[in-house]
Write a protein that binds this ligand. Structure first.
Ligand code: HEC
Length: 132
């Protein structure tokens, strides 16, 4: 009787180990803001070039201009925050690149004329920029 209970407890604990491992793997993934379903990074680069983001930012993949007002976006995929205020997550970034003043009224980053689909493409491109 006692042995049976011991075995049940032990196997219960053993089952918990893989479950905990799985849970922590999911948690890690959530902290990595990288995939945007259906977005197209190459199309995002074309939008960035068309709208002239590089007038204010240095952006790998855009040779000219290399503006300095908004800072370099090199390594943006590795950063945890947007403008030091918002978590660097796909939908948040897509909103930011399209309409930063709606999130941060005093920001120097202007609203940019693009569709929300284009904004997701732009975010996908920024997530290809991996090291600083
Ligand atoms: C007129 C200048 C200007 C233009 C054009 C501009 N930005 Fe910005 N951007 C800024 C400034 C200034 C900031 C810093 C904002 C802040 O900290 O509030 C910024 C911040 C950002 C950030 C956050 C950077 C960080 O360090 O966290 C991203 C991403 C960004 N811009 C992307 C873009 C993209 C993509 C475009 C083109 C669609 C663009 N910007 C066009 C001025 C500009």
């Amino acid at each position: 009787m006692q042995t049976g209970e011991y075995l049940r407890t032990t196997s219960g604990l053993l089952l918990m180990v893989p479950i905990l491992v799985l849970l922590s793997a999911c948690a890690d993934k959530r902290q990595q803001p990288r995939d945007i379903t259906g977005a197209d990074a190459a199309a995002g680069l074309a939008v960035i070039e068309r709208l002239g983001c590089a007038a204010c930012h240095q952006i790998p993949g855009v040779d000219w201009p290399q503006g300095t007002v908004g800072g370099s976006l090199d390594g943006f995929a590795d950063r945890s925050m947007i403008a030091g205020q918002f978590p660097n997550q796909p939908e948040t970034l897509a909103t930011w690149v399209r309409n930063a003043p709606s999130m941060s009224p005093k920001t120097g980053m202007p609203a940019m004329p693009m569709t929300s689909a284009e904004a997701r493409d732009v975010a996908a491109y920024l997530y290809t920029l991996e090291h600083d």
